[in-house]
Write a protein that binds this ligand. Sequence first.
Ligand SMILES: [Zn+2]
Length: 311
Amino acid sequence: MDEVESYRDMAGLAVGGFPLLIALVGSGLPAWRRGFYTTYRKRRGGLAPYRAILLALLAGALLTSWFAYDLHRSEGVSLFAGDFWGGLREGTVIVGVVPSGIVGIVLVAVRALIMKSRGAVAYNARPYLSFGRLERMWRAEQAALTGELADSGPSSPAGAQARACLDVATRLYETKRAEHGDPLGAGHVLAAIVLARAGRTALNSGAPIPEELRFCALNPLHGVTADTYPLFLKRTEPASLRPLCASCRDRSMVDPDFDPWDRTLQLPGSFPQLYSGYEPFVGLDHGDGIGVDALLRGSEERLDLCARTRR
Ligand SMILES: [Zn+2]
């Protein structure tokens, strides 16, 4: 391969590879950048990191094309001949596809490291709680609420609600051992944790949680909220107003690709399913979320049913 042919080959590599590299990396960059957002905020000015990366790639492409054009003139021979075409073919892989993959892996790692240093979640996996994790959470919440109730003074409306929560939660947890509605009884344990947390919230705020407050529709462990937000629970149906905690609301406003199902809590069973399909949550949510009192009532009904069917 003489000098001219090797230059032709290099030019072909660049021409065949750079546009592909820019297109592949560029298409993923906006989504990569959105992953840094944890709260809703207005677009800021200045050079966004993804634009800087794209500009660097474009500058590389321009420099290479200038080099190829210059060579084309100085050698006095046609550049677009001979090894140029072989280089063009190889370029798609050597400059395009493979470096795109490497850049992609580096970007993924960079975001994971930056988000970890900020104490935030870099990549949203579907929230899933294993049965062991649920049991550990229940034991911790039960101990905490029992302790806080013992420390609290004479009975108050908040204390009464907290006691009711602890009572129903304890019975829910105990009943899950005897019942086999879902193979592990994960729904009972989740409801027990949610109620215990609600009891602690009432105690700490000094007032019972009002009926109108609802648990976050995507994950009741996020706590109660007064705010509702339009949420597309099915892509084919119009958005409906659902209770959402601040964190879920921010996420749904920030991310145009936000899919509520990707953020809805899943529980173990024969295969992981959305928590709303587990007793005692089934049927409690009439499209406007579940409040503390509704969960207490629904749980009592469920416990009655369990007691009757056991005999
Ligand atoms: Zn939430």
